[in-house]
Design a protein around this ligand. Structure first.
Ligand code: NAI
Ligand code: PHE
Length: 358
């Protein structure tokens, strides 16, 4: 009898799962591929419906990191960790959080460098400082402790660059990537989304925002953005939808009615369920330009790996991050030339780089 896998297409190298009775947290580390180098990817801390969901998320996110590193031309593999919290992060007190980080750090250390971590949803540079007390394999420490800080500003710059490239591909705006006058809807005003919203507003876009956190919405509204309800994010007419929250926003059903011309954002795994629903094909058929997330959001990885592994300056990181635009133009051109989705064109690019490395 075949064993039902948690994730249907998981072809990764390793996945560790640990429970800590003292804090009630579960810890998952997924190493998808070390073909291009040691696996790297952030630590996500949030509440999951079940441990199975946490494993599914970690493994999918790790696979996305493999593709991201390959497309970005970085000498790293793909991995990810998930800490499944018993209560929302805001309800975890300082002592319990510190213990959670210490357990996670010990798990990372046990892998001996096969996997290096960094910030993601629910973790910050300050948390990387705590991990560093136990393991050297934590990147993105705070600037105050001599680290390069989180990759969020670089991610935001890369996402905005992707928005510009996709807007040009869609023939919107001035045709050259200018977004003045375009209606841009940012979902998720966290470390990345808030900065993307600022960049879009500075460039003259009409800004719409949404977040589950009313305070974040209020702060954006005070700067002139129009707030829409989180439930309306895929129903609100706009030129560009910028998903910067959690993944899984677009399945085939949503794609059939999405009232926008471009989807380009930071969220990892925006296409639901590894796109088994076929959302990318629906978007292509409707002429909606989709900037594959693992290309658009690679600025954070470029920052983390560039600064911590390759010894790049901040300027080098910025230059490399801006090249995301060029990569996307190539992906769009390949998709047009071969009659495939942009998602497939970007995956093919990653597969070629991985094959070359082999
Ligand atoms: P964050 O945790 O700082 O912000 C996420 C925001 O999304 C929060 O304000 C949260 O309230 C909001 N949110 C969550 N669910 C929502 C929903 N259903 N509707 C509206 N808002 C919702 O996370 P961060 O760092 O900004 O990352 C955002 C996304 O980008 C994540 O998917 C992350 O994996 C991805 N990413 C982040 C990178 C980074 O450098 N931080 C790099 C590459 C990808
Ligand atoms: N978590 C971010 C991402 O998904 C940034 C990151 C990259 C963190 C690489 C660690 C390592 O890209």
């Amino acid at each position: 009898m075949d064993i039902q896998p948690v994730v249907p297409s998981w072809d990764g190298e390793l996945c560790s799962v640990r429970f800590d009775r003292e804090t009630g947290a579960w810890f998952v580390i997924a190493v998808h591929s070390t073909r291009l180098g040691p696996a790297s990817g952030g630590t996500r801390a949030m509440v999951y419906p079940s441990v199975g969901d946490a494993v599914a998320d970690a493994t999918r996110l790790a696979a996305a990191m493999t593709t991201k590193m390959a497309v970005a031309g970085l000498p790293m593999g793909g991995g990810k960790s998930v800490i499944a919290l018993p209560v929302p992060r805001a309800a975890v007190d300082g002592t319990r959080w510190r213990r959670i980080l210490q357990v996670h750090a010990a798990n990372v250390q046990q892998l001996g460098g096969t996997y290096t971590t960094g910030p993601d949803i629910g973790t910050s540079s300050a948390d990387m400082d705590v991990l560093r007390e136990t393991t050297a394999f934590a990147f993105g420490r705070s600037v105050a402790t001599g680290g390069p800080g989180s990759g969020a500003p670089a991610t935001a710059l890369g996402v905005f660059t992707a928005v510009r490239a996709a807007v040009a591909e869609a023939g919107l705006g001035d045709g050259n990537g200018g977004v003045a006058g375009l209606r841009i809807l940012v979902q998720g005003l966290g470390a990345v989304g808030a900065r993307v919203a600022e960049l879009a507003a500075e460039a003259g876009a009409e800004l719409l925002v949404t977040d589950l956190d009313p305070e974040r919405c209020a702060a954006a509204a005070a700067r002139g953005a129009r707030v829409v309800s989180p439930a309306d994010v895929t129903r609100t007419r706009c030129d560009v939808l910028v998903p910067c929250a959690t993944g899984g926003l677009v399945d085939a059903r949503v794609a059939r009615t999405l009232p926008c011309a471009v989807v380009a954002g930071a969220a990892n795994n925006q296409l639901a369920d590894g796109d088994r629903s076929g959302a990318a094909r629906v978007l292509t058929r409707r002429g909606i330009v989709y900037a594959p997330d693992f290309v658009a959001n690679s600025g954070g990885a470029i920052h983390i790996v560039g600064r911590e592994v390759l010894g790049w300056t901040e300027d080098q990181v910025t230059r490399r991050t801006l090249q995301i635009g060029r990569t996307l133009h190539r992906v769009f051109a390949d998709a047009r030339a071969y009659g495939i989705t942009t998602e497939q064109a970007a995956r093919d690019l990653a597969a070629r780089r991985l094959a070359d490395a082999a």
